[in-house]
Write a protein that binds this ligand. Structure first.
Ligand code: ZN
Length: 136
C-alpha cells in the first residue's frame, strides 16, 4: 500500500528565512512554491532523493499551521506516505476502523490526491496519504 515517504511537512514561521537554512547551508534546491488558499498556507517543496520536504508557512492567523505552531512550536507537522491508489487506501483504512479527516480526497500540490488520517488513530502523528497525478 505504501511505496515511499512522499514528503515530510514542516511548519515554519517564516518561509524565506527558513529557506535560507535549507538552501544556503544544507544545499537543497526549491523545486516549487505554491499558495494553497483553501489550506491557508504558502508551501515550498525541496527534494531530498525521492522524498521531499514540504515547508509550510501560514497565510492566515486562524489557519491550521498557525494553530500548530502556537501549541507545539515550529517543526515536523505531518508525514505523507505515497500510495498508488488512494480510493483503495481509503476503503482499506475505513474497513479497519481508522477515522479520516477527509472522507473524500482533496486536491493537493501538483494535482495530487491527498487525505489526512485523524491523529487520534495514528498515535499523535498527523499522517497524510498522497496519490501522485503521474502515478508511482
Ligand atoms: Zn503534505
Amino acid at each position: 500500500m505504501i511505496s515511499i515517504i512522499d514528503h515530510i511537512g514542516i511548519a515554519v514561521s517564516n518561509l524565506e528565512e527558513t529557506l535560507n537554512f535549507y538552501t544556503e547551508i544544507l544545499g537543497l534546491k526549491v523545486e516549487k512554491m505554491e499558495n494553497h488558499n483553501e489550506q491557508k498556507v504558502k508551501v515550498a517543496f525541496l527534494p531530498v532523493g525521492e522524498t521531499e520536504l514540504e515547508l509550510l508557512e501560514s497565510t492566515d492567523p486562524e489557519g491550521p499551521i498557525t494553530k500548530f505552531i502556537k501549541s507545539k512550536g515550529e517543526g515536523i507537522q505531518h508525514i505523507a506516505f505515497r500510495t498508488g491508489d488512494i480510493e483503495n487506501t481509503i476503503s482499506y483504512l475505513k474497513k479497519r476502523g481508522i477515522r479520516l479527516i477527509d472522507e473524500r480526497p482533496r486536491i493537493g500540490a501538483g494535482g495530487s490526491k491527498i487525505i489526512f488520517l485523524h491523529p487520534k488513530y495514528t498515535y499523535g502523528v498527523l499522517v497524510e496519504f498522497v496519490e501522485r497525478k503521474e502515478g508511482l
